[in-house]
Design a protein around this ligand. Structure first.
Ligand SMILES: Nc1ncnc2c1ncn2[C@@H]1O[C@H](COP(=O)(O)OP(=O)(O)OP(=O)(O)O)[C@@H](O)[C@H]1O
Ligand SMILES: [Mg+2]
Length: 249
């Protein structure tokens, strides 16, 4: 089982869009896939038409004796399950802090799923917190969407530093370009800087209204626009990610 977290400090940069589309691509390929919606906003749950409600909330979910599997729901898509969000996850930091070794708690909760899933995606809320630390300990790879702007690149520097300090040993930190609008000079310049960085995955997700339409269709792109440019970019991203995970992430 490989755990892929999609996280960055910045909000609204395409974390959920990436988590939802990559999870659907992994599942389509036959991988047993779980998407964990850790964001109280519940956007990933919404996209997959699963109610963002967990009985007992985050506090129960984190209990050592409670089996995470009991909360998992099937989606309409073969091989793809979802752990729904709950509004109580806004307090996940406090709930974690009340536990022993809070940084390792998420990894501990996910470990028993090893026999059930090939790939687990964690759709994380923005900001940096104890919950983020727990995510970075549980993950094999961290996908970081970066919108080509100065502030987003600054956010990446902060994420890299935080991941170095708190992440699991060998954690792969994999930034990729998100919401790229090549009509904007600033975006084009930032894209060049990112290419020179060397650490970026090559796939770049374009800014495209079809991605926003996922909210109308309540489905990943592969279900309603599989050959659009954005869907092709997510497929490239998945190819690269799969290769990196296979290479010993
Ligand atoms: N490539 C894209 N092109 C155009 N719009 C996009 C793209 N990716 C995401 N969006 C839109 O931008 C908004 C934010 O995207 P998304 O929810 O994926 O970001 P996020 O980083 O998960 O946000 P949050 O920090 O709130 O969790 C949504 O309305 C989404 O439809
Ligand atoms: Mg999100």
């Amino acid at each position: 089982m490989r755990v892929v977290a999609v996280w960055t400090i910045k909000g609204g940069v395409g974390k959920t869009a990436a988590a939802v589309n990559l999870a659907s691509l992994a599942a389509r390929e036959g991988q047993r896939t779980l998407l964990c919606d850790l964001d109280p906003q519940g956007a990933a749950s919404f996209y997959f038409r699963v109610k963002a409600k967990v009985k007992g909330g985050g506090r129960k979910l984190l209990k050592r004796s409670f089996e995470l599997q009991r909360l998992v729901r099937a989606t309409e898509f073969e091989n793809l399950d979802l752990l729904p969000a709950d509004f109580s996850y806004r307090r996940l930091d406090l709930d974690l802090d009340a536990r022993k070794q809070p940084e390792s708690r998420l990894a501990l909760k996910l470990a028993p799923l090893d026999a059930e899933y090939d790939t687990v995606f964690l759709d994380c809320p923005p900001s940096v917190s104890l919950a983020s630390e727990s995510v970075l300990r549980a993950a094999d790879a961290l996908l970081v969407p970066v919108v080509p702007t100065t502030l987003s690149l600054r956010g990446l520097a902060q994420v890299r530093s935080f991941a170095r300090k708190t992440g699991r040993r060998g954690l792969l930190v994999l930034p990729f370009l998100s919401m790229v609008d090549r009509r904007k000079t600033m975006h084009r310049e930032a894209v060049e800087r990112c290419a020179a960085d060397g650490g970026f995955l090559r796939a770049a997700i374009p800014s495209a209204s079809v991605v926003e339409k996922m909210g109308v269709h309540r489905a990943p792109l592969s279900a309603f626009a599989p050959s659009c440019a954005a869907a092709r970019a997510f497929a490239e991203l998945w190819d690269e990610l799969r290769a990196r995970l296979g290479a010993g992430g």
